[in-house]
Design a protein around this ligand. Structure first.
Ligand code: CU
Length: 202
């Protein structure tokens, strides 16, 4: 089925004007989002990252986005069976936090594999890292919702032995004290440099 064609030059022109207007609105919104967060990464969709969530801690308690307001925080999505990226990233975050002892900054480690990552398993797993890293899980609907809010990519990759791994995006999100996305946090530098940047934002 094809969409109806504009029947006159005027309609075509009107259509073009609408497209131009739409592009301008989107560009202005992206610009406003960029300016409002002062992001250095230039992420245009900053205001589209983050949002409400309700997740379960290792002790069976609840953490929501509202609980996180008041201090900046980091967010990382992954899963406890991850062979490489997740443990390496959590170790790097721990190294940064170790450079700023007693500072009130938290890092949320949110599972993309809630079927296997129960609260108890998450608790046990994050106990290997800095205690300010909070392991969070939830039911499938809660995880789907937070993945959508943070524009996370995560997909099961079945293995020959019937097991599976998870392909997933591995951005460390730096959120400000109001829960707004600031930038993809750079761990590719000395831990003390990353720590300095976080302290600057406290
Ligand atoms: Cu991983």
């Amino acid at each position: 089925m094809s969409s109806p064609q504009p029947s006159s030059a005027r309609q075509i022109l009107a259509g073009r004007k609408l497209v131009v207007a739409c592009v301008l609105v989107v560009a202005a919104a992206a610009c406003a989002a960029y300016l409002s967060v002062g992001g250095r990464t230039g992420a245009p969709a900053a205001s589209l990252i983050g949002g409400p969530f309700t997740l379960t801690t290792g002790d069976g308690g609840t953490v929501t986005d509202a609980d996180m307001k008041g201090e900046p925080f980091l967010v990382f999505f992954g899963y406890t069976h991850c062979p490489d990226v997740c443990p390496a990233t959590l170790a790097e975050i721990s190294d940064v936090l170790a450079k700023m002892p007693a500072k009130p900054i938290k890092a949320l480690f949110i599972t993309v594999d809630p079927e296997r990552d129960t609260p108890a398993i998450m608790k046990d797993y994050v106990s290997n890292f800095d205690p300010r890293i909070v392991g969070l899980t939830g039911d499938r609907a809660a995880i789907d919702k937070v993945e959508r809010a943070y524009r996370v990519y995560a997909r099961k990759a079945p293995q020959d032995n019937g097991d599976y791994t998870m392909d997933h995006s591995a951005i460390v999100y730096l959120m400000d004290s109001k829960g707004r996305f600031v930038e993809a946090f750079n761990l590719d530098r000395k831990p003390e440099e990353s720590a300095k940047e976080l302290e600057r934002r406290l």
